[in-house]
Design a protein around this ligand. Structure first.
Ligand code: G3I
Length: 336
């Protein structure tokens, strides 16, 4: 399908990109990626388990080919992610005594030293090739009264892992925009906790440049008004916002399971993409990039989450053909 407009030629207010795992950079997938998108995010290759599987042994075998491809094809790169509670090897949280770390001064010193060493190595390896880093990912938990996720990072260091991560990332990658990234930021309680944390840390001088909204949503949820409130909340902070992991599931609860995506769901999905991109473009002064969490429906994390079933959350179908969702983004008059 080379007769249809390129997404990046239609949406020019900010780069639009996709997450890639490897298969996207070869043959037809690579052509589709290059034709439509302006940015990529390695979906797994830059995470801790991929880059430092054992202590102080760094390997970029997964990420280097993706980064080289992006550079060769003029795609901007979002670095995801330096610090997370998932996909982090167990050794990181194991103390010098071989036991799981706890809130002791000794464990805290060791954990922050490991964090600093990790960021120094990974961020330095890519230098200016990576212009944006998700420095910390998913640190908010609105079920806690203080809104802070009780990860081992938090248990052992309090907020110091966040402070250290941003400080070191700024030092090693002074050119890069540094982001705090999270999901469900359209949920008022979560959004408010994130806002409070960012405001507090920035007041301390922690170098946070932007807020990343993942935007894993579905055809029924949330409303556009709720998504607008998510963006509006952060405007007073005067920081960048990015949409970092968008997809729109065709499912609205865990018990549904469709062998093929129903036409009415795909239509609803097209309207969600239409309305969300219209919203993003209205906030073009705040939003500096929009990333979809995948290139086409043949490769999506939603096929196994929250249960195993075929989902279809992206702009192109499993045969790489443009869906109604694609027209929602590029030319809503042609949604059918
Ligand atoms: O690499 C192993 C492979 O060796 C093994 O054979 C295979 C069998 O299960 O698993 C492979 O690892 C999988 C990995 O993706 C790479 O494909 C993991 O099981 C699987 O859990 C992992 O899922 C990733 C998920 O993060 C893990 O938390 C998804 O691909 C990735 O898209 C997803 O991305 C996250 C963002 O980083 C943060 N926000 C939410 C988003 C969606 O969950």
């Amino acid at each position: 399908q080379t007769d249809i407009p390129a997404v990046k030629d239609v949406v020019t207010e900010f780069p639009v990109g996709v997450a890639i795992t490897g298969a996207e950079i070869i043959s037809e997938h690579g052509e589709l990626l290059n034709r439509h998108f302006a940015s990529v995010t390695p979906g797994n290759a830059l995470k801790w388990d991929a880059t430092e599987p054992s202590e102080n042994t760094f390997t970029y075998a997964q990420a280097d080919p993706l980064i080289a491809y992006a550079k060769a094809n003029d795609l901007a790169i979002r670095g995801h992610t330096l610090v997370w509670h998932n996909q982090t090897p167990a050794w990181v949280f194991t103390g010098a005594d071989g036991q799981p770390m706890t809130a002791t001064a000794e464990d805290k010193t060791l954990l922050l030293a490991r964090l600093e060493n990790h960021i120094r190595n990974v961020a330095a390896h890519y230098g200016t090739d990576i212009g944006v880093w998700d420095v910390v990912n998913e640190v908010i938990d609105e079920s806690q009264s203080d809104g802070l996720r009780r990860s081992t990072w938090h248990t052992v260091t309090g907020l110091d892992y966040i402070r250290t991560a941003f400080r070191v990332a700024r030092e090693v990658a002074p050119h890069a925009k540094l982001f705090i990234n999270d999901y469900n930021t359209n949920v008022p309680a979560k959004r408010d906790h994130l806002f409070t944390l960012v405001q507090r840390l920035r007041a301390e001088g922690v170098p946070i440049d932007g807020v990343g909204h993942q935007v894993h949503i579905n055809v029924n949820w949330p409303t556009i008004a709720e998504s607008e409130a998510m963006l509006a909340k952060f405007v007073p902070l005067g920081i960048e916002q990015q949409i970092t992991e968008m997809d729109v599931s065709i499912y609205t609860n865990e018990s549904e399971n469709f062998a093929t995506p129903p036409a009415d769901r795909l239509l609803k999905q097209a309207y969600v993409y239409r309305d969300m991109f219209a919203l993003f473009r209205r906030y073009a002064g705040e939003i500096t990039s929009v990333t979809l969490w995948g290139l086409a429906d043949d490769n999506t994390w939603l096929d196994t989450f929250p249960v195993t079933r075929k989902d279809a959350p992206l702009l192109f179908d499993t045969r790489l053909q443009a869906k109604s969702a694609y027209w929602g983004v590029t030319d809503p008059a042609r949604i059918e």
